[in-house]
Design a protein around this ligand. Structure first.
Ligand code: OSB
Ligand code: MG
Length: 368
């Protein structure tokens, strides 16, 4: 697979309403797209670190620049036959997982297209439909939240994730638990807390949350192990797991009982699969997270969610939940209550809609 052309795009995708989390209120999602070509066949990749370095230290403008000035020149005109070879080529760049993920996804799309197989089958997926959950940002009132949860329960969603931040905490969880005693639910703190909040986390134990996602610092493993030892509710790490090495250390330290795998955050599909396989061997269950990607990035998440150690409904959403029109085609649709079908086409299963791409592009580069 000789890579002969590379296109890089930084795009801004307007949301239908702002997404409110512990790290900010966003009305537009900035994402980075990569198109690689080999002999006329193209592969699409996407990764979405967002506009500001508020979820992690990465951000879209920097990822774009890194892809254009360092990563694309490293990959250009190379004959890359295996995912390990791509990792090897990129190994001289430290960190910058989101930027690396965009090219990794494009490589996997192209690779599975050449094999004429869906990506999820190439990866060894064991189911053709994946379970997905409903997810709620911080809202203007508890009543509004309860009303919205009720709608998703009626629509058949099997679990609910609630964004959690100072000012939207125990009272919120207790109201939801009172209204829905049997609901499978968890909270996502997006690293808004420290060990000085242990008493608050202990109080959450009685609400039987299935897990608490990323309570402490975005790059911490040690304090999470301390917290995990003091509370009954399982901890799930998201932000802290940026590599297979971090996953190994988290398991060794007992920092978490679950791992949320996001292909962007860990540098792509090869690393995501490696983390999945490692956790499977260690008996640590996983699920797949997302960054509100277009259907290109979401399709990679769907492929990963077909793997056997994905044991909780994933954060993969139908396009219409966040966007009026998807940047990718086809858009993501539910195939049934709380479920999305893995596509039966070769590759990742989505590509950019050229007119949407043109509309949303902030900057673009072409190599050579
Ligand atoms: O922490 O999981 C997160 C979205 C963007 C950035 C970070 C996160 C999220 C989500 C995804 O929570 C949920 C969703 O896709 O609605
Ligand atoms: Mg999270």
């Amino acid at each position: 697979m000789l890579i002969d052309t590379i296109n890089v795009y930084r795009v801004a995708m307007p949301l239908v309403y702002p997404f409110r989390t512990a790290f900010g209120n966003d009305a537009v999602i900035e994402s980075v797209l990569v198109k690689i070509s080999s002999n006329g066949i193209v592969g699409w990749g996407e990764s979405s670190p967002w506009k500001a370095p508020a979820y992690s230290s990465e951000f879209a403008a920097a990822a774009f620049m890194l892809l254009r000035d360092f990563i694309a020149p490293l990959v250009m005109r190379k004959d890359i036959e295996s995912p390990e070879q791509l990792l090897q080529i990129l190994s001289c760049i430290k960190g910058n997982y989101f930027a690396k993920a965009a090219i990794d996804l494009a490589w996997w799309d192209l690779y599975s297209k050449l094999q004429k197989k869906p990506l999820w089958k190439v990866l060894g997926g064991t189911r053709d439909k994946v379970e997905v959950g409903a997810d709620f940002g911080i809202m203007e009132s508890i009543d509004k939240l309860l009303e919205t949860i009720e709608i998703s329960i009626k629509a058949g969603f099997k679990r609910v994730k609630l964004k959690y931040r100072p000012g939207w905490e125990i009272d919120m969880v207790s109201s939801v638990r009172n209204a829905f005693p049997k609901l499978t639910m968890h909270i996502d703190c997006n690293s808004a807390y420290t060990l000085s909040d242990i008493e608050m986390f202990k109080k959450l134990d009685k609400y039987e949350l299935s897990m608490i996602e990323q309570p402490l610092m975005h790059d911490d493993l040690v304090d999470h192990a301390v917290l995990a030892n003091r509370i009954a509710t399982p901890i799930c790490l998201d932000e802290s797991i940026t590599s297979i090495d971090k996953a190994r250390k988290a398991v060794q330290l007992k920092s978490c009982r679950w791992i949320n795998i996001k292909p962007g955050r860990v540098g792509g599909i090869t690393n995501a699969k490696a983390i999945h396989d490692f956790c499977n061997n260690e008996g640590v269950p996983c699920w797949i997270g997302g960054m509100l990607e277009s259907s290109i990035g979401s399709s990679a998440c769907i492929a990963l969610a077909t793997l056997p150690n994905i044991r909780y409904p994933s954060d993969i959403f139908p396009t219409k939940r966040f966007y009026e029109k998807d940047l990718g085609i086809p858009e993501i649709l539910l195939s049934g209550p709380s479920e999305i079908a893995a596509p039966n086409v070769a590759g990742i299963g989505a590509a950019a809609d050229e007119s949407q791409l043109k509309k949303y592009t902030i900057e673009a580069a072409t190599l050579p």
